[in-house]
Structures are given as structure tokens and as C-alpha cells.
Design a protein around this ligand. Structure first.
Ligand code: HEC
Ligand code: HEC
Ligand code: HEC
Ligand code: HEC
Length: 244
């Protein structure tokens, strides 16, 4: 129930925002719904998923990168070029193709509508809904000494995309032309358009339990072992990671 009301609130906030913007200002000043209320006050820069790969593409870490690449969010931009999107665009009377239309991009890419000075070059919107759509702009928290300390990471812009945050609902709401109010079935048999627990399960990418809180020390141990075998290669990688 709580989730429902949050969803409605976010949906309404966006609709109101769009209406207001249409009345008083050019459309670019509307809040980017993909980022909800945060869109108005982004302090840190977006850097794109590839910048997270160095650490979160590691097997030891749980390879969040690999899970995301196989999941529904990575191809979100590509979807806009498909036949279903073209049909939706025609139905809605869009004047530009979906992949160039604000009406679609707001939820199908990362950081749409965010001022350019808050975007760092490696971010490529072709890569769809990326880590930072849910975890916040990463330019300042991606360094390993900061990442390793949750309080510091949060202070540098890391968001917590849990059920209470409502972050998923920035996009998973009735403003989506394919929103299906019966998509998810709850335990009691009732149907809802979005259920955090089930949806989060479908995209789960946890840090393995025995690694959580110990990644850096376990990684160091792993590297020492690798170095014993590979010599200079391990050394080069260590330097690369240390630089971050
Ligand atoms: C920036 C917008 C955005 C945010 C934020 C977002 N999603 Fe999505 N999500 C999408 C889009 C767009 C698709 C469809 C992609 C496609 O089919 O090309 C999608 C698809 C999905 C799907 C597959 C369809 C379904 O409902 O089964 C799941 C599961 C999902 N998202 C879970 C989540 C969860 C959990 C969160 C929050 C932690 C979240 N999403 C946050 C945009 C977003
Ligand atoms: C408010 C956010 C939002 C907007 C705006 C939006 N989408 Fe989506 N889109 C989603 C989400 C979330 C999904 C995952 C399925 C769902 O819950 O609708 C999705 C899924 C899709 C899918 C996959 C169909 C499916 O059932 O999985 C297509 C195709 C699509 N969107 C096309 C478009 C087009 C074209 C536009 C612009 C006219 C658009 N979307 C605008 C959020 C959005
Ligand atoms: C659609 C939203 C979404 C996207 C995209 C996404 N995540 Fe997550 N991520 C989540 C959610 C939800 C959780 C679980 C949060 C919780 O349990 O409170 C999570 C958890 C995590 C965790 C912590 C796991 C743990 O065990 O504590 C890491 C690390 C992480 N994500 C990294 C990434 C990286 C790196 C990417 C991109 C490659 C990414 N995420 C993409 C939503 C997302
Ligand atoms: C230089 C390495 C490095 C990079 C780059 C990096 N991270 Fe991390 N990240 C870590 C480490 C180390 C941890 C803590 C792991 C542990 O539990 O021991 C962590 C933890 C996390 C967590 C879990 C926080 C929690 O709830 O405890 C999330 C979410 C996360 N990273 C997201 C990201 C995202 C998104 C990016 C890219 C914008 C990124 N990270 C880039 C090293 C990195």
C-alpha cells in the first residue's frame, strides 16, 4: 500500500512538473523523472557504468557488471529502436523517433536532462539504465577508500535504492506507456504494477556474503597470490586500481 502511494505521488509529481514546464518554460527545465526529485539537485557527476567495472566486474565482488549486462536495464535504450517502440510512438503521435524523444529517453537512459556539467564523458546513454540511475552519480564515491566506507560513500553521493527510497518508482509508474497494473502478483493473489521485493529479486546482484565488508582485504590476498604466479602483470593491475 505504501509503495502504491509513493508511486502515485511520483507519477503525479512528474505529470505536474511536465504540465508546469509546458506552461511556463521550455521543456528542458522539467525535472528528469528518471531521477525523481533528485534530478533538481544533482551535486556530483555521472560517470557511466564502465567506470564501475574495474571493481564491480570482478568475480570476487560478485560481478555486478555481468549481472546488469544480462538484465533488463542494459538494453533499455536499444528497446527504443524496436518495432514495439515505433508503434507506441505512432499511437502517441510523437514527432521524433523514440530514441530521440524526451518522452521516452527520460526513463530509458541514465541522467537524461541532467545539466552537461554534471556529466563526465565516459557516460554513454546508449548503455541504457545504468548503475547510477539507481545508485546515484559516482564521480566522487567510486574511489576505493570511499567506497569501502558506506558513510563516506553516502556523503559523496551514493544512494540506497531500497524499497523506502522510491527510486524504482521514478520510472516504474503509470507514466510508462507499457505500464501494466497487473504485472506483479502479490502473496495474497492481488495484482500490482510494481512490487519492489520481486522486482529487486529479478535484478539481484549481491556482493557474496563472505566478501561483504572484506572485499579490499580479500582482493589484496588474491592479488598477492596472482602476483606470485604472474609477476609483473599483477603489479600493473594493482597500480591501476590504486590510482582510483
Ligand atoms: C531510470 C529509470 C529506471 C529506474 C530508476 C528503474 N528502472 Fe527498472 N526498468 C526501466 C526500464 C526502461 C525497463 C525496461 C527496459 C526494456 O525492456 O528495454 C525496466 C525493466 C525492469 C524490470 C523487467 C521488467 C519487469 O518489471 O519485470 C525489472 C525487474 C526492473 N526494471 C526492476 C527495477 C528495480 C528493482 C528498480 C529499483 C531498484 C528499477 N527497476 C529502477 C527503467 C528503470
Ligand atoms: C516513466 C518512465 C518511462 C517512460 C516515460 C517510458 N518508458 Fe518504456 N518502460 C519503462 C519501464 C519501467 C518499462 C518496464 C515495463 C513497465 O513497467 O512498463 C518500460 C518498458 C518498455 C518497453 C518494453 C515492453 C515491455 O512490456 O517490457 C518498450 C517497448 C518501451 N518501454 C517503450 C517506450 C517508449 C516508446 C516510450 C516513449 C513513448 C517509453 N517507453 C517511455 C519506463 C518508461
Ligand atoms: C535498476 C536499479 C539498479 C541498477 C541499474 C543497478 N543496481 Fe546495484 N543495487 C540495486 C538494488 C535494488 C540493490 C539492493 C539494495 C538493498 O538491498 O538495499 C543493489 C545493490 C548493489 C550492491 C550491493 C550488494 C550487496 O550485497 O550489498 C552493489 C555493489 C551494486 N548494487 C552495484 C551495482 C553496479 C556496479 C551496477 C551497474 C553495473 C548496479 N549496481 C546497477 C539496484 C540497481
Ligand atoms: C576502485 C574500486 C571501485 C569502483 C571503481 C567502484 N566501487 Fe563500488 N565498491 C567498492 C568496494 C571496495 C566496495 C565495498 C565492498 C565490500 O563490501 O567490502 C564497494 C561497494 C559498493 C556498493 C555497496 C554499498 C553498500 O550498500 O554497502 C555499491 C552500491 C557500489 N559499490 C556501487 C558502485 C557504483 C555504482 C560504481 C560506479 C559508479 C562503483 N561502485 C565503483 C569498490 C569500487
Amino acid at each position: 500500500m505504501k509503495a502504491m502511494s509513493v508511486r502515485v505521488r511520483h507519477g503525479m509529481a512528474w505529470i505536474l512538473g511536465v504540465l508546469l514546464a509546458a506552461l511556463v518554460a521550455p521543456p528542458t527545465s522539467a525535472l528528469p523523472p528518471g531521477l525523481g526529485d533528485a534530478g533538481a539537485s544533482i551535486e556530483h557527476k555521472f560517470i557511466g557504468a564502465r567506470k564501475c567495472k574495474k571493481c564491480h566486474g570482478k568475480e570476487l565482488m560478485g560481478d555486478q557488471m555481468g549481472v546488469w549486462q544480462e538484465g533488463p536495464h542494459r538494453p533499455a535504450f536499444d528497446t527504443l529502436g524496436g518495432p514495439e517502440s515505433l508503434a507506441i510512438a505512432e499511437r502517441l503521435g510523437l514527432e521524433t523517433p523514440p530514441s530521440e524523444s524526451e518522452e521516452c529517453l527520460v526513463c530509458h537512459v541514465t541522467a537524461f536532462g541532467v545539466p552537461e556539467d554534471k556529466i563526465w564523458k565516459p557516460l554513454d546513454q546508449v548503455e541504457g539504465v545504468q548503475c547510477e540511475s539507481c545508485h546515484g552519480p559516482g564521480r566522487d564515491y567510486r574511489k576505493k577508500k570511499i567506497m569501502d566506507d558506506l558513510d563516506k560513500a553516502r556523503a559523496k553521493g551514493l544512494w540506497d535504492p531500497d524499497a523506502e527510497s522510491g527510486i524504482c518508482l521514478h520510472c516504474h509508474n503509470e507514466s510508462s506507456p507499457t505500464f501494466d497494473p497487473h504485472r506483479y502478483t502479490l502473496g495474497d493473489g492481488s495484482k500490482v504494477g510494481f512490487d519492489y521485493d520481486q522486482a529487486a529479486q529479478r535484478i539481484a546482484h549481491p556482493i557474496p556474503e563472505h566478501v561483504k565488508g572484506h572485499y579490499l582485504e580479500l582482493r589484496k590476498k588474491q592479488r598477492d597470490e596472482e602476483e606470485g604466479q604472474a609477476g609483473e602483470e599483477g603489479q600493473a593491475e594493482e597500480e591501476e586500481e590504486a590510482e582510483e
